[in-house]
Design a protein around this ligand. Sequence first.
Ligand code: PLP
Length: 390
Amino acid sequence: MNQRELFLRHVAQTSPAPLALDIVKAEGVYLFDAAGKKYTDLIGGISVANTGHRHPQVIAAIQKQLDAYLHVMVYGEFIESPQVQFAQLLAEHLPAPLSSVYFTNSGAEAVEGAMKLAKRVTGRTRILAFSNSYHGSTQGALSIMGNEYWRNAFRPLLPDVLHLQYNSQEALDEINEHTACVIAETVQAEAGIITPDRSWMQALRKKCTETGTLLILDEIQAGFGRTGKLWGFEHFDVVPDILLLGKSLGGGMPLGAFVASKDLMDQFTDNPVLGHITTFGGHPVSCAAGKAAMEVLLKEDLASSVAAKEKLFRELLVHPNIKAVRSFGLWMAVAFDSFETNKRIIDASIEQGVLTDWFLFASNCLRISPPLTIDEEQIRAACKVITDHC
Ligand code: PLP
């Protein structure tokens, strides 16, 4: 049996039509398959490879940690310096009061931890989430996913969850003294890059503060320079009570985190003690990689070039078949008239060595979320392939 047949037989499948590229090497913005074909990666592992694949500093940090230790103890018992140093670096670059970092293995686990913390802190049960939101696939994260098609088969889910219209007054009106938390993506990703009004985000923050509701912002895709600032919420001049991180956080290794004030987070130490437990969360190799990736992002000031690259993409992605381009930094949804048109262009682009895909809740939109290191020449070449096949 060849590799593809083994993949289809033994690696559990959830997609009826997986891309099934046999990637043997990744470097910078490029992926290479077993036949030696090179692909420009326009999706970066879905907003993961912000500093490019296998940045040398990230690889060196991983190798150094491999020589020191791997897993030694469950989360939070030992002083593991990669965790300590990465948490400190994050805290230094986050506004007050976001200074206490709980590391998890994935984005969805960060979502789960944050919802638990909100219930524990407020003593309330109601969770408000938004239509077309995506926060992960575990039961709790699925309960707040804003799409009935994906939720329905897995009921019963978490009780007391309400889905509201993103960026709407109706949503603000629903927040009251019974609400434990509002959980929102700073910019909705899988809906096809939907950016809220600045005034709405500020009103959301205000209403949460007035009612003692915790505001949880999911920056699992938006974080780490993707929007042109280190954090997406900086564009809106708000600070969440709990920030969710993942994807690019681990520099290519699995890592998630929820970040809150020390006062809030300390409530996990009491009634019950060990309020949130993980064996592998904050794995030392993941933290070493994540810290190195964040240092690269800051040192190379990758966020500062995002606006110009976004502008270039927008200038180049012009074609009668392109109905709209919605973007927020190096994060864009190129809209076509239908999924069929989009899929045809995606398939042709992949054939020509440009990797892209579509969005979960916007299947007519082509996804662009490349490594932030992508350069002008690479952008021009990739856009030419897309528009040539429109
Ligand atoms: N939140 C957002 C906005 C995401 O895009 C994702 C994953 O795509 C998640 C949460 C869940 O992260 P993970 O797949 O690491 O569990």
